[in-house]
Design a protein around this ligand. Structure first.
Ligand SMILES: C[S@@+](CC[C@H](N)C(=O)[O-])C[C@H]1O[C@@H](n2cnc3c(N)ncnc32)[C@H](O)[C@@H]1O
Length: 309
């Protein structure tokens, strides 16, 4: 018990970076953040989708939490199996394209990885900052609504030797509110395969805009629409018949992987999501997105204008 407490404190100790602005108490690993909604449905309440089901908005976060609590321990293995390891290439490309870390004459970066799950992006960010930019001061907060996913991340942080550094912290946070993250405190906000699970995506984009410093970068990696059409037909066949079956065989959980493929289908098109990013106050970078592997996934980037508050 004492060991665990000490371990957590080491993991979540405040870093000596631009995140100095964040109050010390906010850095403790806690489950105090609540979904933006109460979890109690009201008769007049707006509805949303949970995969192909229609549910009251207040129920979606809980259902998504059930999915990720159920898959947390097999999440990394399943990712490799479902994507034949390609998700690693996408994530490597995502991080390389952001080139995290201190540049000559600059300061270490404060990175916030939202829906960070088991830390795939956070660890890549730190490795890149160190190996490419020679920077061991840049910090990452790995924030997720689900403590079970973060616990898997903590285990990995221990295995990878980040446990003894103060470069990474894990925090339970809802992307829609990011309650413990101060305004204008983050240089780089990332969200990888997380945004489609969020109940009110525009709220999450607003929260991203709030926490980023003017000039800060929003970057999202997410599944998207495949083209050309014949390839999409094969992809849909694979998604809907093979992935839930793999979920059943490898993770013992067909339903969660059925949700996964349905949630991908419900996510906006590349162009629609680029417009949503712009509507949240960001400047799109280029046409707003970059497609990977025929659009199976895409990267969207936006910059918070320098004259924003
Ligand atoms: C598919 S996993 C992605 C994990 C990791 N970013 C990666 O790329 O491997 C989706 C994550 O989104 C988290 N999530 C879902 N809704 C969220 C919300 N409203 N706020 C924060 N995290 C959320 C889930 O708990 C889960 O860990």
């Amino acid at each position: 018990m004492a060991f665990r407490l000490a371990r957590n404190r080491a993991l979540i100790a405040p870093a000596k970076s631009a995140l100095g602005a964040i109050p010390r108490t906010a850095l403790f690993y806690s489950t105090s953040s609540k979904p933006a909604s109460s979890g109690q449905p009201q008769a007049s309440e707006a509805e949303t989708h949970f995969g192909f089901q229609t549910v009251k908005e207040s129920l979606k976060a809980g259902k998504v939490a059930e999915v990720f609590s159920s898959v947390a321990s097999s999440y990394d293995v399943m990712n490799d199996a479902m994507s034949f390891g390609i998700h690693r290439l996408w994530k490597d490309h995502f991080v390389r394209s952001l080139n995290p870390g201190r540049k000559s004459g600059g300061s270490p970066m404060a990175i916030l990885d939202v829906a960070g799950g088991t830390g795939d992006i956070a660890f890549r960010m730190l490795d890149h900052a160190d190996k490419i930019n020679g920077d061991r001061e840049t910090t990452v907060i790995c924030a997720d609504i689900n403590a079970d996913m973060l616990k898997e991340g903590e285990k990995r942080a221990q295995q990878q030797g980040y446990i003894s550094t103060n470069r990474i912290s894990f925090r339970v946070e809802n992307a829609e509110t990011l309650d413990s993250i101060p305004d204008n405190s983050v240089d780089l906000y990332t969200i990888s395969f997380g945004i489609r699970n969020v109940t009110r995506i525009p709220m999450a984009l607003k929260a991203a805009h709030r926490v980023l410093k003017p000039g800060g970068v929003f970057a999202c990696l997410e599944f998207s629409k495949v083209s050309p059409a014949p390839l999409d037909a094969i992809y849909q066949q694979y998604s809907f018949s093979i992935i839930p079956l793999m979920g059943q065989l490898i993770a013992g959980d067909r339903d969660s992987y059925q949700y996964l493929v349905e949630s991908i289908k419900k996510f906006p098109t590349q162009q629609e999501f680029a417009v949503m990013i712009k509507e949240a106050g960001f400047m799109n970078v280029g046409k707003g997105y970059e497609e990977l592997t025929f659009g199976v996934a895409s990267i969207w980037k936006g910059v918070k204008p320098l004259d924003s508050k």
